[in-house]
Design a protein around this ligand. Structure first.
Ligand SMILES: Nc1ncnc2c1ncn2[C@@H]1O[C@H](COP(=O)(O)OP(=O)(O)O)[C@@H](O)[C@H]1O
Ligand SMILES: [Mg+2]
Length: 229
């Protein structure tokens, strides 16, 4: 079941606003509000530096807003205990990164199974689920390969399998095609769209590419930390 996400007047800034500094505050998000309905695939489009990764980090529970609220399935992430936030990061929200972030000393199968093992799933079950996911991304034959033996597109497909293996409700994809040629980029987007839709997973796809964003039903345009109307 996909997550419902409510983002309300979220701001994120770094730096010193007090009398000690020069008064400069870098504001990456300047008051952002939107809703993601369960199972929706929405693109977050904007140029480099506009705040996309910052926003995805907040939704992934990896960082906290300076002000405003991020609510997922009715839970305000700021009100979760550290233990619940940890569970949220392991079970509810998953991320796919531009540079894949696979562990280089582990095979494709081990990379995909890892989130389950870290969550206490027995090894035989974790391996079985990882193998099934690798099959769904078309890489059953590569389960014993190490990342360096795979192409960029294959590495990203492994990363998509890893992101989905624990059945998350929310998939955050941060420029998932940014390191790929257009053909393998298109394959990865197809895969994310297909697998997420089959599972009802809510997806927020950050990209600076208009064609990539065009594959989403709805596009949020972010510019200098603000959504365009
Ligand atoms: N940890 C940080 N400390 C200070 N400034 C940051 C930090 N992370 C991001 N920024 C700044 O916030 C703005 C938005 O960055 P980011 O969210 O990475 O944009 P995007 O992902 O759209 O390229 C940029 O100006 C960036 O320099
Ligand atoms: Mg970014």
């Amino acid at each position: 079941m996909g997550a419902r996400v409510d983002v309300v007047e979220v701001r994120k800034s770094w730096g010193e606003g007090g009398s000690g500094g020069d008064g400069t505050v870098a504001e990456a998000l300047a008051g952002v509000s939107f809703v993601l309905e369960p199972g929706e695939l929405v693109a977050l489009l904007g140029p480099s530096g506009c705040g996309k990764s910052t926003l995805l980090h907040l939704l992934g529970g990896l960082d906290r807003p300076t002000s405003g609220q991020v609510t997922v399935n009715g839970h305000d992430l700021a009100r979760l205990s550290e233990a619940d936030l940890d569970l949220y990061r392991r079970r509810t929200a998953a991320t796919v990164f531009q540079l894949f972030n696979l562990l280089p000393t582990m095979t494709a199968l081990e990379n995909v199974a890892l989130p389950l093992l870290l969550d206490g799933v027995p090894a035989s079950e974790a391996d079985g689920r990882a193998e099934r996911l690798l099959g769904e991304v078309g890489l059953a034959a590569k389960s014993g390969s190490f990342p360096w033996q795979l192409s960029g597109g294959q590495m990203q497909r492994v990363a998509v399998a890893r992101a989905l293996v624990a059945s998350p409700a929310l998939l955050l994809a941060d420029e998932p095609t940014g390191s790929l040629d257009s053909r393998s980029g298109a394959q990865v987007l197809d895969l994310i769209a297909e697998l997420a839709s089959a599972r009802g997973v809510t997806v927020l796809l950050a990209t600076h590419s208009e064609p990539a964003a065009g594959r989403a039903r709805r596009v949020l345009r972010l510019r200098d930390g603000l959504l365009e109307r």
